[in-house]
Design a protein around this ligand. Structure first.
Ligand code: SF4
Length: 194
């Protein structure tokens, strides 16, 4: 998935809504982990329920998007602003949609190809319409830790993710709750004891 709107979990939960970004000048350095398994949507919401309710939320978002078919910057902003940023749908950002409402195969499992229509590559104005709506600089714990690993450990983790054969929603949930990171670290600790 292209760079998804990132909703910072701790701030969201404290404020009951999304963290509104005030510092726009930081360089944005997304992680390769955000692009795996057909795209991670772990940042596009919080307090997720389950795979089914996430799929439903994205489906409804996509229907709403397709009803409007925004073309101009103003129309994209109108789509974005149809609800307050903190008004999530089943924990999912209301801007997260799937391409053409179609399912694609991810690791031999049906998955949706997700995208954020507010991303600058997704509309003609090329402006980042996510700014002020969500925290595009947010990195989950797994992505932060991954960034500081040596190349060998990074490759081992990427291979480990591949072996799990997850759909993109399953992968996103595991990135969101750090469980795939914890499983990997547990395995590594066991190996180092052998
Ligand atoms: S949860 Fe982590 S891996 Fe997933 S999009 Fe967010 S920063 Fe990237």
């Amino acid at each position: 998935m292209d760079n998804q709107p990132n909703l910072s979990k701790p701030q969201n939960e404290v404020n009951g809504g999304l963290k509104i970004l005030t510092e726009f000048s930081k360089p944005y350095a997304p992680s390769i982990l955000c692009q795996l398994n057909g795209g991670c949507m772990g940042c596009c919401g919080h307090s997720f329920e389950n795979e089914k309710s996430i799929k439903y939320a994205i489906h409804k978002n996509t229907l709403e998007f397709n009803n409007k078919i925004p073309k101009t910057k103003q129309e994209f902003e109108e789509f974005r602003d149809r609800e307050l940023s903190q008004n999530l749908r089943n924990g999912v950002c209301r801007n997260l949609i799937q391409i053409n409402n179609q399912e694609v195969q991810t690791n031999n499992k049906p998955s949706c190809q997700f995208l954020c229509p507010l991303h600058p590559t997704r509309h003609k104005s090329k402006e980042d319409l996510r700014l002020g709506h969500c925290d595009i600089h947010y990195l989950c714990k797994s992505a932060k830790i991954f960034k500081d690993w040596d190349k060998k450990t990074q490759e081992e983790f990427l291979n480990y993710i591949k072996t799990k054969q997850l759909s993109n929603i399953q992968y996103s949930l595991k990135m969101d709750d750090n469980s795939i990171l914890e499983e990997f670290q547990h395995l590594q600790n066991n190996h180092s004891k052998d």
